[in-house]
Design a protein around this ligand. Structure first.
Ligand code: T1G
Length: 702
């Protein structure tokens, strides 16, 4: 069977239609750019052709360069020989006809065309900064010439996708078609109309200027978010070059900046994160032909903080959702909290009032089980106690239709035990949202032993349909995210016993790239919550390493922001953490009572004590078959704990240090501190075989 070429030229009267066909998103993979050049040259050499259309087959225009090709030493064609240059030299007009996405090199090709038209649902953008590089196909030089320096800075430094109507208003598109109009036919008609217009409107012939202050202001504006990163600043420099240099010199500057970034650690980490976020959706031990159930009637049980946030997640993505709670008062409070959350977004300008009203209207508070009996998916989010959840699951099992799925938002309880109180254990799974549920993107799907493949696939798909990144976790204490995080949470307090202060640890972690230090995060979440979990684990395990300093603060009623004092003290109405001499005194006193030798620590000591503890636990999780991949654990750390994305994730970062070095350090701490630092078997095996964490072969899912 003849393979459809990745790029082909079809003639429609005097119009040459150049069609890119490189599924799934028409990335500029092997042969695509050369194919476009060949077709352009053929059409320009054909006297019967007066103009061209460049269009994508399948679901999209061109979604950009093939990211898999970066960092492979792949040779890029020299300036002057790329598609953008051949388009620039074309003596006949070329119309870019856009549907789906025109991103990165895709939009850059479109901007090197003479005209650009799109369907209303199309999106365009230059997202290169999100993978640690910058537009390398002339985008930093052409976009400012189309939309002006300020708008170009916004789009290139943010990497955001722009809907077609906005792209038209900005000047990127010449036309947005009426809904339902056939793109290819409209593009051919457009090309016929423009075929004889001369001079050809080449974007490179325009000029753009800007005040230097604009770039300084942009640098100041991104300083906090772009901390420790290079690409955002390189984007600014490239746009500045578009405003200060002739086109070809600006292009050369762009190329130099691109070359500096492509193989930098930041770009490698961000490319890794991009693919890890797609890999995490794959469930290698389940049949690939299983269809997720197309749920339509979700319901949430529990109108507390989590239940309300979960209901908002459904409403935010267009689902009508019922939220049930036993007491009307709890429902009223829950709805008030939801309303207030939306109002805050409206006040911030990130949500329109009309949109808030629509979303609120989709959330239906109901008082009883009978009101949710038609639900096809239920997410339970009540108090984190098995004796509270079990009766609810048993009752739901009675009330709901036989095909309904029962999910629990529990963050650590045994999902097998919860499933056992129902007659449908095959339809039960954990769906662990992270707080605040309507904001955090991670959804941990917890896999009980009896869950059917369709239940797991449906839970994963449910997350994606409400904007989450779903990741599969084994049914183990703390599942995967919190279990891998637990040693970090202990080690940070143990460091205080040895002479650290909360503010020192927080500074190290913020300098590393976290948005907030872990002690400040504890104060935000509430120290009393962690205490509950420590009590439960200490009761279950006599060897459990207690944290007397943390326990003492809770005994003193220092729960954090909600009590005005925790690890830090807070002024009334102000959430700024202030180091508290009283906490320093408590630390000193408890450490003395424990007889812990005091030390001084470098920033690296602190960073590695926290993160290596979690790397070791992550290896245990993999060797027990509770996660599919090390990169899944990275996705959880990126989207559950705010691990800095430009470092790839916990395990990717550890690979940067090297398995052997990590193992040696953990083995040394094992000598010094005893069992809590015993290297996991997998870590030892990886170190002996010289295998990277991200190439670890975990045990089959258990
Ligand atoms: N390269 C390689 N593979 C890609 C890809 C790309 N650019 N985009 C998507 N894929 C794969 C993806 O890994 C997945 O594979 C499948 O396609 C479906 O993707 C020169 C240098 C277009 C918005 O950054 O944002 O151009 O898992 O699940 O949710 O200046 O894909 O099926 O095996 O994400 O519908 C700039 C990146 C590149 C766009 C579609 N372009 N892609 O989202 O599908 S750099 C980008 C996306 C560049 C120039 C520079 C999204 C999407 P698999 P998906 P989706």
């Amino acid at each position: 069977m003849s393979e459809t070429p990745v790029v082909r030229l079809e003639k429609q009267g005097p119009i040459g239609v150049i069609i890119v066909n490189y599924p799934p998103v028409n990335a500029l993979g092997p042969g695509v750019s050369d194919g476009i050049i060949d077709c352009l040259n053929q059409a320009n050499a054909d006297p019967a052709i007066t103009a061209m259309v460049l269009i994508g087959d399948g679901r999209s225009f061109i979604a950009g360069a093939d990211i898999r090709g970066f960092g492979t030493g792949r040779k890029r064609p020299p300036l002057g020989e790329r598609t953008y240059d051949v388009l620039d030299r074309s003596p006949k007009p070329v119309v870019a006809a856009i549907h789906g996405y025109a991103l990165g090199g895709g939009l850059e090709n479109a901007m090197a065309c003479h005209y650009r038209i799109a369907v209303p649902s199309a999106k365009v953008g230059l997202p290169e900064v999100l993978i640690g590089i910058l537009p390398g196909g002339g985008g930093t030089q052409r976009l400012p010439r189309l939309v002006g320096a300020e708008a170009a800075l916004d789009l290139i430094v943010s990497g955001r996708h722009v809907p077609a109507p906005e792209a038209k208003a900005l000047g990127i598109l010449d036309e947005v078609l009426p809904a339902g109009e056939n793109l290819r036919d409209a593009a051919v008609i457009f090309a016929l109309k423009m075929a004889d217009i001369r001079p050809l409107p080449r974007v490179r012939d325009r000029t753009v200027t800007a005040e230097p202050a604009l770039f300084e202001a942009k640098r100041k504006q991104i300083a906090r978010r772009a901390r420790n990163q290079r690409a955002p600043y390189a984007c600014i420099e490239a746009v500045e070059a578009a405003c200060t240099l002739p086109f070809d010199e600006g292009l050369a500057r762009e190329q130099a900046l691109f070359a500096e970034l492509e193989n930098a650690d930041e770009a490698k980490a961000l490319r890794y994160a991009f693919f890890a976020e797609r890999e995490v959706a794959k469930l290698p031990d389940l049949p690939t032909d299983i269809q997720a159930y197309d749920f339509r009637k979700p319901a949430v049980i529990g109108a507390g903080t989590m239940g309300g946030g979960i209901a908002m997640s459904f409403a935010d993505f267009g689902y009508d959702v019922k939220i049930m709670d036993a007491s009307q008062d709890a429902l009223d409070r829950g709805m008030a909290r939801i309303r207030s959350n939306y109002a805050t977004s409206v006040k911030r300008g990130s949500l329109a009032q009309a949109e808030m009203d629509q979303r609120l209207a989709r959330i239906h508070p109901v008082p009883g089980y009978d009101d949710i009996k038609d639900a096809d998916i239920v997410v339970e989010a009540v108090f984190e106690r098995m004796d509270v959840k079990k009766p609810i699951f048993a009752r739901l099992d009675e009330v709901l239709g036989p095909d309904a799925f029962l999910f629990s938002n529990t963050s650590a309880l045994d999902m097998d035990e919860l499933a056992s109180v129902t007659r449908r254990p095959d339809k039960v799974a954990g769906t662990h949202f992270f707080s605040p549920a309507n904001v955090m993107k991670l959804l941990e799907v917890v896999r009980p032993a009896k869950a059917s493949p369709q239940t797991l696939v449906t839970a994963m798909a449910m997350g994606r349909r409400i904007g989450k990144i779903s990741a599969m976790a084994g049914n183990t204490d703390g599942f995967v995210a919190n279990r891998s995080r637990a040693p970090f949470n202990s080690e940070m307090v143990i460091l205080l016993e040895e002479g650290c202060l909360p503010e020192q640890v927080d500074r190290v972690m913020v300098d590393f790239g976290y948005p907030m230090g872990p002690f400040a995060v504890g104060d935000l979440a509430g120290l009393d919550i962690g205490a509950e979990g420590r009590k439960r684990r200490a009761a279950a395990n006599p060897n459990y390493r207690k944290l007397p300093i943390a326990d003492k603060l809770v005994e003193m009623g220092r729960y954090g922001q909600k009590t005005g004092a925790g690890w830090y003290r807070y002024e009334t109405g102000d959430r700024t953490p202030h180091p508290d001499p009283e906490v320093a005194a408590i630390i000193k006193q408890v450490a003395a009572e424990m007889g812990v030798a005091q030390k001084t620590f470098t920033d690296t000591d602190i960073l590695q004590r926290l993160l290596f503890a979690s790397v070791n636990e992550a290896c245990r999780i993999l060797e027990e078959g509770k996660a599919y991949r090390a990169s899944d654990i990275d996705v959880m750390w990126l989207h559950g704990f705010g691990f800095p994305r430009y470092r790839g994730g916990l395990m990717f970062w550890a690979d940067g240090i090297g398995v052997r070095a990590v193992y040696n350090q953990i083995a040394a701490w094992h000598q010094e501190y005893g069992d809590r630092w015993a290297p996991s078997r997998l870590l030892r095996d990886l170190a002996e075989s010289g295998t990277a964490f991200r190439d670890a072969k975990p045990a089959p899912f258990a």
